[in-house]
Design a protein around this ligand. Structure first.
Ligand code: VGL
Ligand code: ZN
Length: 212
């Protein structure tokens, strides 16, 4: 049974060089395996949107910007718990660019996030404090999108929070499991994220459901 993809958007989260093996600052193991799957999926959708993690150099999520702190530490950043990352996806850097094998030709829009140095932004919809909005939710609504299919990196951070916000905004939300990979700071994080998304109402599928 082929899936009806009317009023549906493919959302490609953060498939950027810094999240990919081969030199990425915050490389997700086997993250490159999602690229051919996402490219195949793109052919089935009329509406495709990408998100881009896009930090200024002085971003508060970078360990180097906090004296005496190292990657993997957790601090309080403007009232929010913040896990500290290596410098990644800096605006204008090669690491912030989309992987060259990912086809961008049919994207309707790119939504950038993490641009405010004071707060991190895992979700493509809102910052982690839910104060600022990227405009993605209104954009999808204005286009008549009802179903959102989430793919990309990383399953336990930006993909998870994007999918959770998508559900909370009322979109019927699918996670395409073989089109995402986890950072797994702890080995179980990816599986926990799947469980959390499922509990919140995200429908977990494999790409074959769409590609078949
Ligand atoms: C991400 C950690 C920090 C992601 C972004 O795209 O999943 N993870 N910034
Ligand atoms: Zn980031």
């Amino acid at each position: 049974m082929a899936m009806n993809l009317k009023n549906s958007a493919l959302l490609i989260v953060d498939v950027q060089n810094d999240f990919l093996p081969g030199g990425g600052a915050l490389a997700v193991t086997r993250g490159d395996e999602v690229i051919p799957v996402i490219n195949a999926l793109q052919e089935k959708f009329n509406f495709i949107v990408a998100t881009q993690d896009f930090h200024p150099e002085d971003h508060g999520s970078f360990a180097v910007n906090h004296e005496g702190k190292k990657v993997g530490d957790t601090i309080e950043l403007n009232g929010l718990s913040q896990f500290l990352w290596p410098v990644h996806c800096v605006q204008g850097s090669e690491g912030a660019e989309f992987h060259e094998e990912l086809n961008p030709l049919r994207w309707t829009a790119i939504f950038q996030k993490g641009t405010n140095p004071e707060v991190d932004s895992y979700s493509g919809f809102f910052d982690n404090a839910r104060r600022e909005d990227t405009g993605l939710g209104d954009f999808l609504q204005n286009e008549g999108i009802m179903n959102v299919f989430v793919t990309g990196l990383a399953q336990d951070y930006c993909v998870k929070f994007t999918a959770l916000d998508s559900v909370s905004l009322g979109f019927k939300t699918y996670l395409i499991m073989d089109a995402t990979k986890a950072v797994n700071v702890h080995a179980v994080d990816g599986d926990k994220a799947l469980e959390e998304m499922k509990k919140a109402g995200v429908i977990l599928i494999e790409s074959t459901v769409i590609l078949a």
